[in-house]
Design a binder for this molecule. Structure first.
Ligand SMILES: [Zn+2]
Length: 360
């Protein structure tokens, strides 16, 4: 009897140990066209007070302005400049000589997302934002084929070109983007989101409001437990093109809050807690001179190759804002995500993972 009990006890114990066994997960996030200038110094003095770029000057200044750029950036992105800077790493402050750039020469979205997601620029084939199926395999597609990751990779985006960038059909990676709805064994919240998405009319025809992208992604995290999830927030770029600096800032701050909520959820769920890495970056920068150039990016705007990169997770040393002279590239992001997952990314064209991101 005692023997049986003991055996049962050990079985239970080992089952529990097995259930709690840690395995790496990644939430990979992009904010479309958010400049490093706002990330590192907050609201721009020359834009925040310009009535051409905002409807309510006084309100905007009250919300986002203070003379100290370090305080301004905290006001703009409080999660990044509290939790993430304390526990993770932030690259790309060019005022300190730390540089991150696109290696593609296009400096707009599809080429940027191709470079982020595959690990290499392809200026020969990816030269427009047209809905062409990406001939290149992204890391999402690659990971979805690896042992233990099958059907555990999901992507969400606000822009309706993502199903093409990720080549949804070939890759087998489910992509919910543009105005797509959740469509499989719906949760109650997904049903409601589907309804709201028909009723809440955003400003653009090909990009939905990020609120839908975010909450669809959150529901998927809870119900499908992906090991690699990609979330592409889009509003910052479109509000910038529209010349609406107030909306651009408010979207950046809202996205920061979305990331805070993702992290809070991840750290509250035993499947994710202490085994999930956040990797966050952007597809391109934007211009600075002349003043109106903040709205634009592309081949004619060389400084729009300037981007930034952040990481936080169990194997990421807390270096905070990285202040060393360095030159990193967008083509290193995919290999960095692969390393966080413990997957060897067998893609010779991809840039190397950023060495300082992980404990060695
Ligand atoms: Zn754009």
């Amino acid at each position: 009897m005692i023997k049986k009990l003991t055996l049962g006890f050990f079985l239970l114990l080992s089952l529990q140990v097995f259930a709690q066994k840690k395995s790496p997960k990644v939430i990979w996030i992009t904010l479309d066209g958010l400049r490093w200038q706002e990330l590192f110094t907050g609201a721009d003095s020359s834009l925040v007070g310009d009535s051409g770029y905002t409807e309510h000057l006084d309100d905007l200044a009250k919300e986002f302005w203070t003379n100290d750029p370090l305080q301004r950036r905290e006001i703009l992105m409080p999660f990044v400049w509290s939790t993430l800077v304390e526990q993770g790493q932030i690259y790309g402050n060019r005022e300190l000589g730390n540089k991150v750039d696109c290696s593609n020469q296009m400096r707009f979205s599809y080429p940027g997302y191709n470079e982020i997601l595959t690990g290499f620029a392809d200026d020969e084939n990816i030269r427009s934002n047209d809905k062409i199926l990406n001939p290149n395999e992204t890391l999402l597609e690659y990971v979805n084929k690896q042992n233990g990751f099958e059907n555990k990779v999901f992507a969400f985006g606000s822009w309706d070109v993502f199903p093409f960038i990720i080549n949804e059909e070939r890759s087998g990676v489910p992509v919910n983007a543009g105005f797509e709805k959740a469509n499989e064994s719906l949760t109650e919240r997904e049903r409601f989101l589907n309804e709201l998405q028909d009723e809440v009319i955003g400003p653009w025809g090909n990009v939905r409001l990020d609120v839908f992208t975010h909450h669809y992604a959150m529901e998927c995290l809870k119900s499908k437990k992906p090991k690699l999830m990609y979330i592409a927030y889009g509003e910052t770029d479109d509000y910038a093109h529209d010349g609406k600096y107030d909306h651009y800032l408010k979207s950046a701050r809202q996205t920061d809050d979305y990331i805070a909520k993702l992290w809070a959820y991840v750290q509250s769920d035993p499947f994710y807690k202490d085994q999930t890495t956040l990797i966050i970056t952007t597809d391109h920068g934007r211009g600075t001179v002349p003043k109106d150039a903040w709205r634009y990016h592309g081949e004619g705007t060389p400084e729009s190759s300037q981007i930034w990169f952040m990481a936080m997770g169990p194997n990421v040393p807390a270096l905070g804002e990285v202040k060393t002279n360095a030159q990193l590239y967008q083509n290193q992001v995919a290999a960095t995500v692969a390393e966080a997952l413990g997957v060897s990314y067998n893609q010779s064209k991809a840039g190397e993972s950023i060495p300082s991101v992980f404990k060695k």
